[in-house]
Design a protein around this ligand. Structure first.
Ligand code: F3S
Length: 106
């Protein structure tokens, strides 16, 4: 599966959802996740993300491994999103900031 990682938090650009052929993105207040049961590993979303937040599971940086479980756990709580809706207002300021997990809204 593919996994949305920490740098999506407080950015949520949503460019990724427009290209997903199976509509597997789920939206929370300030983060998206990928439904691991729906993702077909096509990888087209990876270059679309301005925050470089999406990785194939096997390519995840070591410190982002907890996001495999986080994507799976939040999938049933978040709502389906299939159309780009624009980034959060301060996305460009938060893009690349470290330690954003503390700001994740569930
Ligand atoms: Fe998040 Fe990147 Fe999509 S910031 S909403 S994974 S385009």
């Amino acid at each position: 599966t593919h996994v949305v990682t920490e740098n999506c938090i407080k950015c949520k650009y949503t460019d990724c959802v427009d290209v997903c052929p199976v509509d597997c993105f789920r939206e929370g207040p300030n983060f998206l996740v990928i439904d691991p049961d729906e993702c077909i590993d096509c990888a087209v979303c990876i270059p679309e993300c301005p925050a470089n937040a999406i990785f194939a599971e096997e390519d995840l940086p070591a410190d982002q491994l907890p996001y495999i479980k986080l994507n799976a756990d939040l999938t049933p709580k978040f709502k389906s999103i299939t159309k780009r809706k624009g980034a959060l207002p301060e996305a460009d300021e938060w893009n690349g900031k470290p330690d954003k997990l503390q700001y994740l809204e569930r």
